[in-house]
Design a protein around this ligand. Sequence first.
Ligand code: ADP
Ligand code: MG
Length: 742
Amino acid sequence: MGMGAGAKARFKVISEIHLRLPRQFDLPQDEHGKKLRVSEFYGVNTFDIHKMKEKLPKDIYTQLISTIETGKKLDSAIAHTVAHAIKEWAMLRGVTHFCHWFQPQTGSTAEKHDAFISFDDNNRTLEKFSGAQLIQSEPDASSFPSGGMRTTFEARGYTAWDPSSPVFIMEHVNGKTLCIPSVFISYYGHALDEKTGLLRSIEVLSQKATELLHLLGYSGVKRVVPTLGVEQEYFLIDRAFHHLRPDLLMTGRTLVGGQPPKGQQLEDHYFGSIPARVQAFMSEVEYELYKLGVPVKTRHNEVAPSQFETAPIFEEANIATDHNQLTMEILRKVSIRHGFSVLLHEKPFAGINGSGKHNNWALTISASGSGLDGENLLDPGKTPQHNIRFLLILAGILKGVQKHAGLLRAGIASAGNDHRLGANEAPPAIISVFLGDLLNRILNDLEQGMGSQQSPEAAIIQLGLSQLPEVMKDNTDRNRTSPFAFTGNKFEFRAVGSSASTAFPVTLLNAAVADAFSDLVEALKKKEKSSSGIEAAVLELVRETIYETRAIRFEGNNYSEEWLKEAIQRGLPHLRKTPEALDELVTLRSKEMLSRLNVFSEAELVSRFHVRIERYIKNMLIEVDTLKSIVDTQILPCALAYYGLLANAAHAAKSLGGAVPQAEVMSRLGVLLESIQAKRTRLDAILLHVESQKSEKDQARGFSIEVAGMMADLRTICDELESVVADDYWPLPKYREILFLS
Ligand code: ADP
Ligand code: MG
């Protein structure tokens, strides 16, 4: 008896890890051997606005830009010229293949490569890339989730270039592919992907916000564009440990694993100095992202050991969503080169902080030539006049979030995020809005002054609103516990999970706010008639809206028990687990709103519900199967082997007439072994019961409560065993090793 092969492998990694050195890589050089600056290679792999201007005839360039600005499909008359320019540029960079790069409802991206290679009439080979190939492609759609839509409608699916997102080159170890960011739709135009809904929501939000601003007298406003800056948290662990953990490999999170004596309680990791090997990894990630035109800006250690964050400079929400997908992909790819694995799961380590993806969101005016261009509507502004605009927009956002709080919760629902939400490090599964002390006070004062006959100008000055901009810059007024927090000139939707695509949560947020803006437009039109001017009408509307939406505002500690109680009293939805949250997608209210605003038809919404509930069930099934196999083939055998060792020792001691060594350990081990086997059997019974449920909904609910509960029970026993069984019997790398060695 002795160490098993599993434990040996684990010890080998531990003993070798100090030999792993930071991977060197050099920035590209010019012909004189001088290293290039970031600004010299930034965006070399994207066919961005500058390249369009440089490489396209002027009239074609102008048409393409107008296509991009109006969000239309590319005119096939110019497609050929655009495709040709793109192909020439791509081939100079060594590209051989192209693909439509799209985002099916799997949460990640999909691509099918085609070579440029073709034959001419004389059977000579040449490289070809036509306008038609740029605009549209027909992947075999049948293997992507459609939530039943294809059986209802049509099996074929099309991808179509979304010209608002630039074409880019993805580099692989031995080759390069031209990627064309695309939407993925059915033959009849139903959204099969994550991007179509996002683009539609951006469109309708722009329309409604523009209408609202026109009523306020900003007639130069042409569009209003949501902006998005995505803070991406992740864990980085040594790849060898990753490979020794079937749970991390199969599910992205540890299904067993005892707490280390030192977790994050010393708070020595947050913003701490970045370990050399990690630093080398981050630099290479940034290099790859810069080439793709992703403006990564910030990098730091996060709260938990081995947890880090990267954040870009914000961009238009559509592009930011693509860029976040690229960021996740590059993180994965580059981690392999450095002998790391990146964990994007929301909660890879129980008891240790999980990872989120803070979606910083704001609204920017597009109004070229009017002096308003680029203004952020969430910037409180410099004059009372602007403050009125700000307050109206703010009121609209509060209203949207309040009206559709359940839907917004549904937008962040996933098996992974269930472990993170409400786990004392992330906001609970209750959507509320944090505004900060000053803004909150102003809104309260405004609400109290409801019906007062003051002129708006006077009211604003009296409320101290003319000082808004100065105070808003004070970033110390933070509440990290809020799922949706105002942070100076943007909202931060923090409840989004780290592995999620930003497309769906942002689509629903855009739509919810567009709906509220639409209400405000109607109300304002009515009020304008009976008020002494538009400003008075706005102020009255703002007051009413503040009053209506006070339930959604919460300034206190979102993690506290009291908040859970208070939120229920306030009537806010508390949807703990994914299955109940997903129900919110298909309520009458959600269906009515999203179809009225042309974001999702009822069929599209129902299909999203099915896709997500199926994904949830599949995730849970994979987790249970993995846990069963870890228990049966790793933990039980090693615990039994250790028990055997103790039994032999006891036998030997007895035969020599001595006292039984380790008697206490043996009896504890015996109890644990009995208990683990009982729970293991019970898990099978529960599974059988849950899987026999007829409806997907009931199955999902069963997984979220009974199965998840029994998995947690089983885990508790496994983790106790980990603390009893001799270290050199244990095959699974322990938390202390995975998180503190690298
Ligand atoms: P924090 O204090 O939360 O770390 P930062 O100022 O570093 O905030 O910004 C976090 C993210 O918010 C960044 O990605 C940043 O680009 C983004 N951000 C800043 N302004 C806006 C805006 N107007 N719209 C969208 N995102 C924004
Ligand atoms: Mg932040």
